[in-house]
Design a protein around this ligand. Structure first.
Ligand SMILES: Nc1ncnc2c1ncn2[C@@H]1O[C@H](COP(=O)(O)OP(=O)(O)OP(=O)(O)O)[C@@H](O)[C@H]1O
Ligand SMILES: [Mg+2]
Length: 322
């Protein structure tokens, strides 16, 4: 990997909320090589949006430093803004303009010629499957359409650095896959991308490196495979029919899993990490049947953000925001 293209060092950001002080960033550091995808993975309130806002010059941190391609973010916000594209939870589209007009406006703001700007707007409308929405005002758009027009806006000028704050939240599965493809092709063309997500699977699909964020800090880093290894690869999950058979089921499961068994919120679902999920599931099912344990459900699954958090912090994902 090359040297850092996006670099943040020891960022601290606090907010005053009434009488309380909220520490949104608590010494967050990042280093992203050029042409790679960095994911910030974390639950609600972890500090993802705050990080993106600092790096895109929307807010200033209390302390710490940040550079993009060697340019100081806090000292040269104008230069930074010309290098980046942003799409996010706060991004502004003009409600009274049509989809097409919004994209054209961005192009003109970035000094494309009228012809170039219109051509690019049309291209993006095709790319994001917004053809029917092109001539309608944004006010009447569905959540997913808004998301897509906002994303398209970030791509108008092919910036070398792209910040995407939860780009696929609220998208249907087809749009999500389409967006993944767009991101992959941009990166193949040399764009550096920093995106935030609450989905381990998404980070794994897209990112070269994943920083797991909790309470304003990076608590773990690595590729998707490295993080999954950390939390023990695949899982076997069973749900018993009768609550009074949970302990019997736990005993059976304990003989076959390679780590701690966790209990779901419904008290009757048990999950354990395993090396070979398919094989283990077969054996577990046979043993459970032999023990007379009745099941409602059984299966294998991949680790989620919840599993990562449980492993790294010893506690479940807590929703900070009411
Ligand atoms: N303008 C603000 N005023 C007060 N507190 C804020 C403000 N913005 C963010 N916070 C707080 O800072 C913390 C980090 O928020 P942030 O928006 O960065 O989290 P996030 O990881 O983006 O969460 P989400 O997944 O919900 O988007 C939270 O506790 C949040 O409540
Ligand atoms: Mg956010």
């Amino acid at each position: 990997m090359g040297e850092a293209f996006i670099e943040a060092h020891n960022l601290i950001k606090t907010y005053r909320a009434g009488k309380k002080t909220v520490v949104a960033l608590d010494g967050l550091s990042l280093s992203v090589p050029k042409g790679t995808v960095q994911a910030l993975l974390g639950p609600n309130g972890a500090g993802k949006t705050t990080t993106v806002k600092v790096l895109t010059t929307l807010i200033r941190p209390d302390s710490g430093s940040a550079h993009i391609d060697g340019v100081d973010v806090m000292e040269n916000p104008e230069r930074i803004r010309r290098m980046i594209g942003v799409s996010g939870q706060y991004a502004a589209v003009d409600e009274n303009l049509t989809g097409f007009e919004n994209l054209d406006m961005v192009g003109r703001l970035y000094h494309l010629s009228p012809a170039q700007s219109k051509a690019r707007a049309l291209e993006l409308i095709e790319m994001f499957d917004l053809v029917e929405a092109a001539d309608r005002v944004v006010k009447g758009f569905s959540g997913g359409m808004r998301r897509r027009i906002d994303l398209a806006g970030a791509l108008v000028v092919n910036p070398p650095v792209l910040f995407l704050d939860e780009p696929t939240t609220g998208l249907d599965p087809r749009s999500r896959l389409a967006l993944w493809d767009v991101i992959k092709s941009l990166v193949a063309g040399g764009t550096t991308v920093l995106l935030t997500t609450q989905y381990l699977e998404e980070a794994d699909q897209l990112a070269d490196n994943i920083a797991v964020i909790d309470e304003g800090k990076v608590i773990a880093q690595g590729s998707g495979d490295e993080l999954k290894l950390l939390v023990g690869g695949q899982r076997v999950e069973i749900t018993v029919h009768n609550l009074d058979q949970v302990e019997a089921a736990r005993k059976v499961l304990a003989r076959h899993v390679d780590g701690e068994i966790t209990t779901g919120a419904d008290e009757r679902t048990l999950v354990g990490p395993v090396v070979n999920a398919a094989k283990t599931l077969q054996v577990v099912l046979k043993d459970l049947a032999d023990s007379g344990v009745e099941l409602n459900d059984a299966g294998m699954r991949r680790p989620t953000l919840d599993d990562v958090f449980l492993q790294l912090t010893g506690h479940k994902v807590e929703s900070v925001n009411a």
